[in-house]
Design a protein around this ligand. Structure first.
Ligand SMILES: Cc1ncc(COP(=O)(O)O)c(C=O)c1O
Length: 437
């Protein structure tokens, strides 16, 4: 049966990119996923960065049961009670003046909605995003994403511009080293002003550029970016798909930075594994968008099933103090990774916040040449030894592991993960040295 299923993957599934394992997977619970041979693997990617309270948390299971007993789906014009409850909870969580939410399913959708709102509210259509950004795979979200190759799909939505990302370790304009002085933003905005058709609408940014290599912008970056938006009549959109609800040891990146965007999008970490996302804005912006005919009427907008799961996720984070726990466990994990960095010359940088950490691999610390073969080989060996992690950049812009276990991860699981990583690194370096000698 196992081989039949594996063959079925080759015969009947469209390959959609990214990494996929030769195995199939059977179940998931807490920090563990189990493959089709029954082998347990530590999941340090939290699924696709969604399972922040651990896979199949009892609270989520209970929410799904409750939904099955009441309602899973409704006519999009009928607002389920669960959606009203989630809207109240989100309004409690987000910083003022954000107060109104639209419940959709994916991060891509939440950004589509945010960009539509920004376009209606400003009357413009131009969108600025950061290099290395990932906002989704649908039209407008993909047009504002610069982390991956878009080649082959025709022209992107007109009016989209990229500015260089504030990567202190690997400055895209080769200006700084280890300390970003934000020249990248100044140059980027200058280029945008030159290229603009005079219809600016929004700047969209991940507070930590995650898929682009877990890049943490320098202090003051978003205050300056917010000011740049204001002076141009643009709205600032924070895509907090990965940073919201405790992952970085704060409720949101916005609260940690002290910068409230005009629109915030949340997704992955809200549903805890179910497809749930939200676009959140202030009353005045929502009102203008509504007056101008805002529409985002989809089959699964405001569905009760994911809303119940989202409510359960937020209640669990509150009840179990998971925001504080992410900070504590994140410090513990970061210290362990920094310990590895002291022993391995090939670990050029360890960065991130809370339990969203990046480890950058280089051939040597001076040249910082990305060490892709080591990244690939070690990732593979980690998996064989029982640890799943993923590599976020495989270009000239670096080779970075994103390490992001669920916020419920235990110290023992972190210790086990780091021991596996240590062994995998050592063996991979030995085998690469053997090949070249
Ligand atoms: C920051 C960010 N925004 C948006 C998305 C898109 O979300 P989805 O894949 O749910 O459409 C992702 C997905 O990886 C993401 O990392």
């Amino acid at each position: 049966m196992r081989n039949l299923r594996r063959q079925a993957v080759r015969d009947h599934l469209i390959r959609y990119g990214g990494d996929s394992f030769p195995h199939l997977f059977r179940s998931a619970s807490g920090t563990i996923v189990v493959d089709d041979t029954g082998r347990a693997v530590l999941d340090f990617t939290s699924g696709q960065m969604c399972a922040t309270i651990g896979h199949n948390h009892p609270a989520i299971k209970e929410a799904i049961r409750k939904s099955a007993d009441t309602a899973m789906h409704m006519f999009s014009g009928m607002i389920p009670e669960a959606v009203a409850d989630l809207a109240i909870k989100l309004a409690e969580w987000v910083p003022e003046p954000l107060s109104k939410s639209l419940m959709v399913n994916t991060g891509s959708e939440s950004n589509e909605a945010a960009l539509r709102i920004a376009k209606l509210a400003t009357g413009g259509y131009e969108v600025v995003a950061l290099g290395g950004s990932w906002h989704g795979t649908t039209g407008a979200s993909a047009a504002a994403s610069f982390a991956s190759d878009r080649r082959g799909y025709g022209p992107k939505v007109p009016g989209n511009h990229a500015i260089p990302e504030p990567n202190a370790y690997r400055c895209p304009i080769e200006h700084c080293r280890d300390h970003c002085d934000m020249t990248c933003m100044k140059v980027g905005l200058k280029m945008f002003d030159m290229a603009s058709d005079g219809a600016p609408a929004a700047v969209i940014a991940e507070p930590i550029i995650s898929a682009g290599g877990v890049i943490v912008p320098p202090k003051g970056y978003f205050t300056a970016l917010a000011e740049a938006c204001r002076s141009r009549g643009m709205l600032l959109i924070f895509d907090e798909a990965q940073t919201a609800f405790g992952r970085i040891g704060h409720r949101f990146a916005a609260t940690q930075l002290g910068v409230t965007p005009d629109i915030m999008t949340v997704s992955k970490t809200l549903g805890g594994g179910l497809p749930l996302a939200a676009t959140i804005t202030s009353d005045p912006i929502e009102d203008v968008a509504h007056q101008r005919g805002f529409s985002f009427y989809t089959s699964h907008v405001s569905d009760p099933l994911p809303a119940m799961a989202g409510l359960a996720v937020l209640q669990t984070i509150e009840r179990d103090g998971l925001v504080e726990r992410a900070k504590e466990m994140g410090t513990y994990l970061e210290q362990a990774l920094s310990g590895l960095q002291q022993r391995y010359e090939v670990i050029g940088d360890v960065r991130g916040q809370g339990l969203l950490l990046g480890v950058e691999l280089v051939k040597d610390r001076e040249s910082r040449e990305p060490f892709h073969t080591l990244g690939a080989r070690t990732t593979e060996r980690c998996f064989e030894l029982g640890l799943s992690m993923n590599i976020r950049r495989r270009t000239e812009r670096g080779s970075v592991w994103r390490i992001a276990p669920p916020l419920t991860v235990s110290r023992a699981e972190i210790d086990r993960g780091v021991t596996i990583l240590d062994q995998a690194l050592r063996e991979s370096l030995d085998s690469l040295a053997g090949e070249t000698s």
